[in-house]
Design a protein around this ligand. Structure first.
Ligand SMILES: NC(=O)c1ccc[n+]([C@@H]2O[C@H](COP(=O)([O-])OP(=O)(O)OC[C@H]3O[C@@H](n4cnc5c(N)ncnc54)[C@H](OP(=O)(O)O)[C@@H]3O)[C@@H](O)[C@H]2O)c1
Length: 264
């Protein structure tokens, strides 16, 4: 039986496998990584098979997931060499484009890109997908179904993948949580209360948006009485360049993703 094989047993692989097991995914999962300790941990926690030999790992794959950092992709693919059988390969590497991936491993290989979120650990993931033109409908469905087990899936045109990557990260939620709770703490709340207040501000707001029917503008209008406290906080932040700063950060992320493309 062919396995789902992960090349790279780091952060996102751990999160994905955790979410898959939580969803009841009981197919054979094989992980290859150059760090035996990471493999032992995954084996212990998620009952995966580990494979120290790269070629044997690839030979076992029905679905191959490339989960190494972008600057490791080139060496990894060179070490694999040519694959002479049809194989669906999904790259998670930020910024590394399909045309470059398509030149590696050989023509029978069909490539997709996926940008999953580590929140897939608890089944609340969000994964963007892009497919190489030659990937068949049934292979696309297979990849979509795979990531659907750990959360929502959307297709994003590849030319917009870097902007998606810089925008969607759950790290922005953690970062805003840290910044907002820090303000509450600096102004007198204890750490626990400050975190609870900031977590409500973010999670409560986001859930009202995602689970309710009102558009964002209406929700903002409801929560911030003109001239009131929330409106004052928002106006002060906006006047200080809140939107501009966020756009600047996302632009820098996009530039970083585009730089990754030049490393492969
Ligand atoms: N983390 C996320 O939330 C996230 C989300 C979406 C997409 N991604 C993408 O997923 C990829 C992996 O990210 P990550 O955060 O999981 O990275 P990570 O924690 O560094 O895991 C990658 C693992 O692969 C190993 N590795 C690299 N080259 C190898 C090789 N040739 N043979 C065997 N093992 C090798 C690394 O070892 P060394 O440390 O020795 O290199 C490391 O253990 C990246 O391309 C990233 O853009 C990550």
């Amino acid at each position: 039986m062919k396995a789902t094989v992960f090349l790279g047993g780091g952060r996102i692989t751990g999160a994905l496998i955790s979410g898959l097991r939580l969803a009841g995914y009981d197919e054979l999962i094989v992980v290859h990584d150059r760090h035996p300790a990471k493999l032992r941990r995954l084996q212990r926690e998620f009952h995966v098979q580990v494979e120290r030999d790269l070629q044997s790992a690839v030979a076992q794959a029905g679905l191959l997931v490339v989960a190494v950092r972008p600057d490791s992709v080139k060496n990894l693919l060179a070490s694999i060499g040519r694959v002479d059988r049809p194989l669906t390969v999904v790259s998670l590497a930020a910024g590394v484009p399909l045309p470059k991936l398509g030149r590696a491993l050989g023509p029978p290989v069909r490539w997709a890109r996926a940008m999953p979120s580590p929140t897939c650990r608890t089944g609340r993931g969000f994964t963007a997908l892009a497919f190489a033109r030659e990937m068949s409908k049934s292979d696309r469905k297979r990849v979509r179904d795979f990531f659907s087990q750990v959360g929502a899936v959307i297709e994003v045109p590849e030319k917009k993948f870097d902007v998606f990557t810089a925008t969607y990260s759950s790290s922005h939620g953690y970062h805003t949580l840290a910044a907002l709770s820090n303000a509450g703490k600096t102004l007198g709340l204890d750490r626990k209360t400050a975190l609870a207040a900031a977590a409500h501000a973010l999670a409560g707001g986001v859930m009202a948006f995602t689970e309710g029917e009102l558009p964002l503008e209406k929700l903002m209008h409801e929560a911030a009485t003109p001239g009131g406290i929330a409106a004052t906080v928002i106006k002060t932040m906006d006047d200080a360049g809140y939107y501009r700063i966020i756009e600047r950060g996302v632009r820098a992320g996009v530039a970083r993703a585009r730089a990754n493309a030049r490393r492969v």
